[in-house]
Design a protein around this ligand. Sequence first.
Ligand code: SF4
Ligand code: SF4
Length: 115
Amino acid sequence: MAAYSVSCTECGACCAAFRVSFHRSELASATAGGVPPQMAVVEIGNTMRMCGTDESSPRCVALQGVVGEAVSCGIYAQRPSPCREFGALAQIGIYERACNRARAMHGLPALPVDD
Ligand code: SF4
Ligand code: SF4
């Protein structure tokens, strides 16, 4: 497993690269401590999407700071499940390729990847 060589708080590329979709039940209007409804739009049916993540230059509305320098999630404790899962897997070295796709979109160097 590759060593993880960058802190997510120095990166943030995935929050400005991928569409972030989740079930409506994760909204704060349905679950205490959930995603603030004003930060999401209906994607289809019961699927919501974080605002800004489906733009031609995606950037989640909750992302604060400068990608590749210093970032934070403005709703960290309320972030939806895809963010929790991606970050957790990234930190144990499983998602380097996805990280690197996101990082490449921002001109950031690739993380080491095990074959
Ligand atoms: S999970 Fe990967 S792409 Fe996302 S902030 Fe962390 S290192 Fe960057
Ligand atoms: S909710 Fe937070 S962790 Fe998820 S994409 Fe937006 S800024 Fe990133």
